[in-house]
Write a protein that binds this ligand. Structure first.
Ligand code: MN
Length: 152
């Protein structure tokens, strides 16, 4: 990857000059809905990437886990996130840490888009999706089950 330009201006609606809005993941590779990805910083000297993900109202990220960690800051909108067994409502500027091998998912509220910054190692393992047995274990907690089903 190339070194980032020194300055890139923000434009309307949480977009930036010189930053492409991309698919969140390859379609069909995992469950998700109405979420886009922008890679803001990807300088090899950093060893990490800073991405901006945005979900449309009712959109959600993939329920997944992996060895690498995420450092997240909510930037716009409201929604709910799952980290392990904890379901929390989140608002702009809230910070969320995703530890290794911890199931996690973000959901925008029904009424508004939600966007968050996510810092991640450049070199990282592939996310794992829950199999049927793991999904049953995740959903043993009724609050978590309601979140995962989208009922919140
Ligand atoms: Mn993840």
């Amino acid at each position: 990857m190339d070194r980032s330009p020194l300055f890139r201006a923000a434009t309307d609606g949480f977009r930036w000059n010189g930053v492409a809005e991309m698919e969140y993941k390859q379609a069909g590779s995992a469950p998700f809905r109405d979420i886009s990805r922008q890679v803001l910083f990807d300088d090899p000297a950093l060893g990490c990437q800073l991405r901006y993900f945005e979900m449309k109202p009712g959109g959600y990220s993939t329920l997944e886990r992996h060895e690498h960690v995420h450092a997240v800051m909510i930037l716009r909108g409201h929604g709910t996130c799952l980290v392990g067994n904890a379901v929390r409502r989140v608002k702009p500027r809230d910070l969320v840490s995703i530890p290794p091998m911890t199931w996690h998912q973000f959901r925008a509220s029904a009424g508004e888009a939600m966007g968050f910054l996510c810092m991640v190692n450049a070199m990282r393992d592939k996310p794992q999706l829950p199999d049927a047995e793991q999904m049953r274990a995740i959903c043993a907690d009724p609050t978590v089950a309601a979140f995962v089903s989208g009922e919140r």
